[in-house]
Design a protein around this ligand. Structure first.
Ligand SMILES: Nc1nc2c(ncn2[C@@H]2O[C@H](COP(=O)(O)OP(=O)(O)OP(=O)(O)O)[C@@H](O)[C@H]2O)c(=O)[nH]1
Ligand SMILES: [Mg+2]
Length: 193
């Protein structure tokens, strides 16, 4: 897809702030610091529209990025960052449920995982949570540039096995560094838009 326009519309913390123009949405979920915001930037060819950071916990709100006036990427705050208070975690949980459970224009979720590491308990929980709400899930195995070619297959297999990815759910090797998987990502997303 040729992206000619991309803009942040709102950083929302609750439902009443979500955009109401009924455009389809694609959400990004995953651990803190895994590369969700970087994924968005890579797909839309913008260095830093979605704010990224080497420190975990950069994205704290549901950030709605309107693309070509046609759909939204929704950048969701990450999970699994240890230095988060119980209150913060509960606030996060409520925000997630409110969004994933009730959002009718949400068409698919990209669950971003780090190919270097085995998916965590939190990743498994998130995958199961999304499946529970019967949302289409695409697993994005990012940071592919960080592992040697010879280990790709075994790492991908580990991700699939640990998450127990259901038949029919796609797993996409990706790198925001090299652009690997970008065209494939658009190919997949087009089907939901
Ligand atoms: N080598 C490499 N680094 C990446 C890749 N994707 C993201 N990063 C780096 O990982 C760090 C975190 O990236 P972000 O995109 O901010 O991660 P996030 O998931 O949005 O993080 P939160 O907003 O904190 O949840 C940054 O330093 C990025 O440059 C990738 O594909 N390869
Ligand atoms: Mg982010």
């Amino acid at each position: 897809m040729k992206v000619t326009n991309a803009e942040i519309v709102i950083s929302a913390v609750s439902k009443k702030q979500y955009p109401n123009d009924l455009l389809p949405e694609i959400a990004l979920a995953g651990r803190s610091n895994v590369g969700k915001s970087s994924f968005i930037n890579k797909l839309i060819n913008r260095k830093s529209l979605a704010r990224t950071s080497s420190k975990p916990g950069k994205t704290q709100t549901l950030n709605f990025y309107k693309i070509n006036d046609a759909f939204y990427f929704v950048d969701v705050p990450g999970y699994g960052y240890a230095k988060v208070s119980k209150t913060e975690r509960e606030k996060w949980g409520k925000m997630m449920e409110e969004y994933f459970q009730t959002r009718e224009n949400l068409k698919a979720v990209l669950l971003v995982t780090d190919i270097r590491h085995e998916p965590t308990k939190d990743d498994i929980q998130m995958y199961d949570f999304l499946k529970h709400f019967e949302l289409p899930v695409i697993v994005v195995a990012t940071k592919m540039d960080k592992i040697p070619k010879g280990k790709r297959a075994s790492h991908l297999k580990r991700t699939i096995n640990t998450l127990q990815v259901e038949k029919g759910d796609l797993v996409l090797p990706f790198s925001a560094e090299t652009g690997e998987g970008k065209d494939e990502a658009w190919g997949i997303l087009k089907k939901y838009l």
